[in-house]
Ligand binder design. Structure first.
Ligand SMILES: Cc1cc2nc3c(=O)[nH]c(=O)nc-3n(C[C@H](O)[C@H](O)[C@H](O)COP(=O)(O)OP(=O)(O)OC[C@H]3O[C@@H](n4cnc5c(N)ncnc54)[C@H](O)[C@@H]3O)c2cc1C
Length: 319
């Protein structure tokens, strides 16, 4: 039976939704499942990890693992993969996943595929699907290796109701601190913004908003909807939005239930970061803007007129 090890995505002690999405897919493929969790004060998550669909939980819990450091994190995942004899090791689409996956693959001498959107297993044959060339092409790759490390794209799999696992915790030994790179402090972005990666709704603003007043107007819509607030690169390059908010090929990849593109033309590099969204709403004054090619709902109009109307209507629905 195929054995799939999922690397738990834990941020500040909270288990992220991507972990149960990956475990649900692993169960749907009929695999034996395990999860590896690395951090400080995380042992209490064992039951949640089992309920998310894992049959074994490899736990590395130590104060030295509180701040992410690629070296020790990699050692823990490699240790769990060896103990479990995993065929597939899956990471969610997080900064941690992107940093650790190639290191794990190198240490295990395994194949590595990033940004995968699907995976099929037929006996010993494993095939992964991933977008390439800024989403213009879809690659299907047959894996010719006994082990594959894969980073799964945000929103590729859905968590399934009623998935069960079994509580079977295995303590991992704690690796030495990585002396090559010691993380002293992580400075979180100020503010109480909703994390783009976790947001169910994302409202993104583009150059059409012109200036700070326009950006603030669109941000109010995001606040009304309790949505993550993103941006096209144009406003980042203009110094009006921080890079952490950039959606696209060289920014964050998001796949929310609902995505608003406001004053965004729909350049291919932007689409690469959001066209996995379930429903896309675009507001643009140019009816020929390419964003309308991917939008489920398009509003041709001036955002300075449309956004206040949207806010009014949302208030009515909420109230
Ligand atoms: C290597 C590379 C990587 C890149 N990576 C990214 C990336 O990760 N993310 C990204 O976003 N871009 C990326 N880009 C840049 C990308 O090519 C575009 O330049 C950028 O997305 C354009 O941003 P925009 O749509 O906000 O601006 P524009 O293309 O200038 O579009 C502004 C839109 O606003 C509309 N508009 C203007 N006024 C109004 C109004 N009052 N009301 C309504 N609509 C209005 C216009 O009709 C227009 O369609 C990358 C480019 C390169 C070369």
């Amino acid at each position: 039976m195929t054995k799939i090890l999922v690397v738990a995505d834990i941020k500040q002690g909270v288990l992220k939704g991507s972990t149960s999405e990956l475990l649900s897919k692993a169960k749907a493929l009929g695999a034996e499942t395990a999860v590896v969790a690395v951090g400080s004060n995380i042992e209490s998550l064992t039951a949640d990890l089992a309920n998310a669909g894992s049959d074994t939980q490899y736990i590395a819990d130590d104060a030295s693992l509180e701040l992410f450091s690629a070296g020790p994190f990699t050692s823990c995942v490699v240790d769990a993969a060896k103990q479990f004899e995993a065929n597939l090791i899956w990471f969610g689409f997080s900064e941690t996943g992107k940093a650790v996956a190639p290191r794990v693959a190198a240490q295990l001498k395994a194949a590595c595929a990033t940004e995968i959107t699907d995976i099929t297993i037929d006996g010993d044959n494993v095939e992964v699907t991933r977008p390439t060339t800024a989403n213009k092409l879809i690659q299907r790759i047959k894996v010719n290796a006994s082990q594959l490390v894969a980073v799964v794209r945000a929103g590729a799999f859905e968590a399934t109701e009623g998935i069960t696992g079994a509580e079977n915790a295995v303590k991992l030994s704690i690796p030495e601190t990585d002396l090559k790179a010691i993380i002293k402090e992580i400075i979180a972005e100020a503010g109480d913004d909703i994390d783009l990666a976790d947001a169910n709704i994302v409202v993104s603003v583009g150059r059409g908003a012109k200036d700070q007043a326009g950006i603030d107007l669109v941000k109010e819509l995001a606040t009304d909807l309790e949505a993550g607030f993103g941006s096209s690169r144009a406003l980042i390059d203009a110094g009006l939005m921080p890079h952490a908010k950039q959606v696209g090929q060289t920014g964050k990849i998001v796949a929310p239930t609902l995505y608003f593109a406001i004053g965004i033309s729909g350049a291919i590099q932007h689409l690469a970061g959001m066209n996995g969204s379930k429903v896309i709403v675009a507001v643009n004054k140019d009816s020929e803007a390419p964003i309308f090619n991917v939008a489920d709902y398009g509003i041709v109009g001036d955002l300075f007129e449309v956004v206040p109307i949207l806010r009014e209507e949302i208030k009515k629905i909420k109230g």
